[in-house]
Each structure stands twice: as structure tokens, then as C-alpha cells.
Design a protein around this ligand. Structure first.
Ligand code: PGA
Length: 255
């Protein structure tokens, strides 16, 4: 499977001109490279403008847009929310759901995440489900039980199939952020095996095998290769390093 390289810009950069500049650099730097499936997830308000830059020529076939969040209803009185249909309309293909920062600062529960995934799927968006344990949970030896709970609630009655299998990002919360220490590769790979097994149990072996599993947490241009070399991880979700065009291009071109 071609690795997924996903940029999560979070609430960055501060200004539209900077976002356009960053995106233009990335687009140019990537050129026609097709080594990875590159997904850029900027803040909502930048998406349309960046899409225009993207559409101004037709070279970067490997690049797609993702959003960082979505609401589950189609329309109505939900102040501040964005529907899957609104994202589809501006050529967004992917959406990150259940990022730990959404769980932590906006009290997103596994049940809410489940609704978001269902809604995204039924609107033909590809959800990227984030899961991960806190430092405390890890120290208490609860990593696997936490991940199992997150997966089983988030995926409950979600109609993934072998042609449209889940995309799961393992992002241990203790490893996220520039100051965080990245997860050891072996540990991330062991978790990937565990996630695949859990998905196989929730669905079936075939869907388990087809599921794409990513690692995220302090990935940068120096350490990214180690996560991809074992082939147990199918991609990377990158925060801070995705805001540096040179670093991100290096990673996305697998250089
Ligand atoms: P980081 O963020 O690469 O800055 O650690 C990853 C993420 O939170 O998705």
C-alpha cells in the first residue's frame, strides 16, 4: 500500500497569506511525485482558497484535501458547526475525526465520534479516526484496553467494507507536540498489529487486512522513515513538521 502522508495543520498558520504560501510551496515541491498519498488538512476557512490554488493546474494528482473535524447533521441550528455536505462541495475528500485535542478541549466522546464517522461515510468522505492513550493510561498498562474501547464504540455499526476500509491513526497523546517524545517504532508497530486484530474482530479478517493504520506524534523529517520501513504502518499523521514546507516535502516525497 502506498503510504499516506497526512498534514494536520491544526489552528495554523495565523493568516491566509501564510496558508497560501505554505500550500503553494508544498504543491510546487511535490511536483508530480506519486510516492505517497498526500493529504493536507488545513483549518476550514483556508480550504476553499487552497483548493483554488490546487485546481489552477492539474499536476499534483497525489494530493488531496482533508478537514480536521466535521459535524454529523446535514444542516440546521448547530451554531459553529460544519456539515459533511459542505466539505464535499469544496472538494474535501478526507476528514480527521476524534483527534485527541478535540476529545480533550471540546469533550468529544466516543459516541459523538461514532456519529461523525457514520455521517462522513454516508456523505462519501473518508474519515481518519484518531485513537490514543494518555500518559497516565499508558503507565497504568491500559493502552490496549483504551484503544479497544475507542475502536469498538467509534466503529459501532459503521458500514466499512473491504472496498472502503477504515483509516485509523494511532496517536499516543504523550507523544504529540513538538516537545513530546515520539513513540518507539517497535511499540507503534505492535500497536498497529493490535489495531488490525481488533478491527478484524469487529468486522472480519479481510477488512482488518485492508485497514490503513497510521502513526502520529512528533514525527519529523529525521525520524519519519523508521515508522514506514517495517511496512506495519501505512502512513503518518504529522502536526508540527507539516508547517515547515521543506520538512514536509521531504517526508511526502519519501526522501
Ligand atoms: P505533532 O502532532 O506531529 O505535532 O506531534 C501530531 C498530531 O497531533 O496530529
Amino acid at each position: 500500500m502506498k503510504p499516506y502522508i497526512i498534514a494536520n495543520w491544526k489552528m495554523n498558520p495565523e493568516k491566509m497569506v501564510e496558508a497560501k504560501k505554505l500550500f503553494s510551496f508544498i504543491k510546487k515541491g511535490l511536483g508530480n511525485s506519486r510516492k505517497a498519498r498526500v493529504i493536507i488538512c488545513p483549518p476550514f476557512v483556508y480550504l476553499s482558497e487552497l483548493e483554488k490554488i490546487f485546481a489552477s493546474d492539474n499536476k499534483n494528482y497525489c494530493l488531496k484535501f482533508g478537514a480536521q473535524n466535521v459535524f454529523w447533521e446535514k444542516k440546521g441550528s448547530y451554531t459553529g458547526e460544519i456539515s459533511p455536505g459542505m466539505l464535499k462541495a469544496i472538494n474535501v475528500k478526507y476528514v480527521i475525526i476524534g483527534h485527541s485535542e478535540r476529545r480533550r478541549y471540546f469533550q468529544e466522546t466516543d459516541e459523538m465520534i461514532n456519529k461523525k464517522i457514520k455521517s462522513a461515510l454516508s456523505n462519501k468522505l473518508k474519515p481518519i479516526l484518531c485513537i490514543g492513550e494518555t500518559k497516565k493510561e499508558r503507565e497504568r498498562g491500559e493502552t490496549r484496553s483504551v484503544l479497544k474501547r475507542q475502536l469498538s464504540i467509534a466503529l459501532s455499526r459503521v458500514p466499512f467494507s473491504k472496498t472502503n476500509p477504515p483509516l485509523i491513526a494511532y496517536e499516543p497523546i504523550w507523544a504529540i507536540g513538538s516537545e513530546g517524545s515520539p513513540c518507539d517504532t517497535k511499540e507503534a508497530e505492535n500497536i498497529a498489529l493490535f489495531v488490525r486484530k481488533t478491527i478484524s474482530k469487529i468486522y472480519n479478517k479481510e477488512i482488518g487486512e485492508k485497514t490503513a493504520i497510521f502513526y502520529g506524534g512528533s514525527v519529523n523529517s529525521n525520524n519519519y522513515k523508521q515508522y514506514l520501513s517495517g511496512k506495519l504502518l501505512n502512513g503518518l499523521l504529522i502536526g508540527r513538521a507539516s508547517l515547515n514546507a521543506d520538512d514536509f516535502i521531504k517526508i511526502a516525497k519519501l526522501e
